[in-house]
Design a protein around this ligand. Structure first.
Ligand code: GAR
Length: 204
């Protein structure tokens, strides 16, 4: 049983996919806290509905990004979190948080990295005119979507007429990919060998 902390900035549909994965028995874990950097994040309501503790940590209340991340670290430590999931969390993580949680922070990105990193993955892929895009779950390092890749799912987007259509088409695949990776974390371990990530299931 792993203790999961989720960081989200928005509506929280990826957060929901973890909640559902736990409820339906795929993930052997518990979400012990939701942390959000937005007072009105939809994720907060999802936490309330599911009896999950939530904390709002606003950038404006701290003198620097590092101070903000120290507070996030304090909360994660207090909750004894094993795995930190960035589920639509739109900030770079500073060393104050990365250091103590090295190789225990993962992120979902709406494109096939290393193509189209950043906050507009789906839109950038659409504008570039790629025929196939998708989503990536990766370990978080100090860069912008640069950490070792854990899992990817391809999605054809050549039938999409707007960036919004691309994002909407990829989203359900994000949910499935996120849920699968978190389930795997709960039942084994991902080993990082250079840039390559290998999964080892624990023997029952
Ligand atoms: C998702 O599409 C996620 O991949 C993206 O934000 C959305 C959040 O949706 N994240 C990034 O772009 C990170 N760079 P959600 O709040 O419904 O999970």
């Amino acid at each position: 049983m792993i203790r999961i902390g989720v960081l989200a900035s928005g509506r929280g549909s990826n957060f929901q996919s973890i909640i559902d994965g736990i409820k339906e028995g795929d993930i052997d874990g518990e979400i012990v806290v939701l942390i959000t950097d937005k007072e009105n994040a939809g994720a907060i309501e999802r936490a309330e509905k599911n009896g999950i503790a939530s904390e709002v940590v606003l950038r404006k209340n701290f003198e620097s990004r590092e101070h903000m991340d120290k507070e996030i670290r304090r909360i994660l430590d207090e909750k004894k979190v094993d795995l930190v999931v960035l589920a639509g969390y739109m900030r770079i993580i500073s060393p104050e948080l990365l250091g103590p949680y090295e190789n225990r922070i993962i992120n979902i990105h709406p494109a096939l990295l290393p193509s189209f990193p950043g906050t507009n993955g789906a839109k950038d892929a659409f504008e570039h005119g790629v025929k196939v895009s998708g989503c990536t779950v990766h370990f978080v390092d100090g860069g912008m979507d640069t950490g070792p890749i854990i899992e990817q799912t391809c999605v054809r987007i050549d039938d999409c007429k707007t960036p919004e259509e691309v994002a909407a088409k990829i989203l359900p695949f994000e949910h499935a990919t996120m849920r699968k990776v978190v389930a795997n974390f709960s039942k084994g371990k991902y080993l990082i060998e250079g840039r390559r990530v290998r999964y080892e299931r624990q023997k029952d």
